[in-house]
Design a protein around this ligand. Structure first.
Ligand code: HEM
Length: 148
């Protein structure tokens, strides 16, 4: 299991989660604008949207929601299973994770501004993202190995 979030980062993430959720749609939209500059990643989502018939906007919403639960990850096992299954179905690989972080964190600052999204706030969210990413990458590695 991945490392736990530090107490300092946990406190910051919890304190700022309401602001991120309130502006969730704007942050999500901005994140995808940044992420889809990479055509290979965009193609993964185009395919997913065709298969599910839905806008794949749940990814960013989930990151925002899940980060609030970084200190009680046991409760998220079922959700992790669903995400990992969806990721394996759409071909998500460990090397894709930094691109999502690199789109999400500046998007948070774009929307909330640097007075709210300070360096310390973004560092805490980066840490939370890293914890989630490690859990998903680990579970996805098992699923890929089973499928091989
Ligand atoms: C900590 C990081 C991440 C979290 C928390 C997360 C979360 C999610 C969630 C909740 C879903 C919807 C699952 C469902 O259908 O029930 C999803 C789908 C998806 N994710 Fe992720 N994800 C993460 C990272 C990534 C990365 C790095 C990529 C690759 C660029 C990616 C690509 C996708 C794709 C293509 C889908 C399918 C979209 C859809 O069917 O709507 N995700 N993710």
């Amino acid at each position: 299991m991945a490392a736990r979030l530090s107490p300092e980062a946990t406190a910051i993430v919890k304190a700022t989660a309401p602001a991120l959720q309130k502006h969730g749609l704007a942050i999500t939209t901005r994140m995808y604008e940044r992420l889809f500059v990479d055509a290979d990643i965009k193609a993964m989502f185009d395919q997913a949207a065709q298969q599910s018939g839905e806008q794949p906007k749940r990814l960013a919403a989930a990151i925002l929601a899940f980060a609030q639960n970084v200190d009680k990850l046991e409760a998220l096992t079922g959700a992790v299973e669903r995400m990992a299954a969806r990721h394996v179905a759409t071909g998500v690989r460990p090397e894709h994770y930094p691109a999502v972080a690199a789109a999400l964190l500046p998007a948070i600052r774009d929307v909330l501004g640097e007075d709210v999204a300070t360096d310390a706030v973004l560092a805490a969210w980066a840490e939370a993202y890293g914890v989630l990413a490690d859990i998903l990458i680990g579970r996805e590695a098992s699923l890929y190995a089973e499928a091989a």
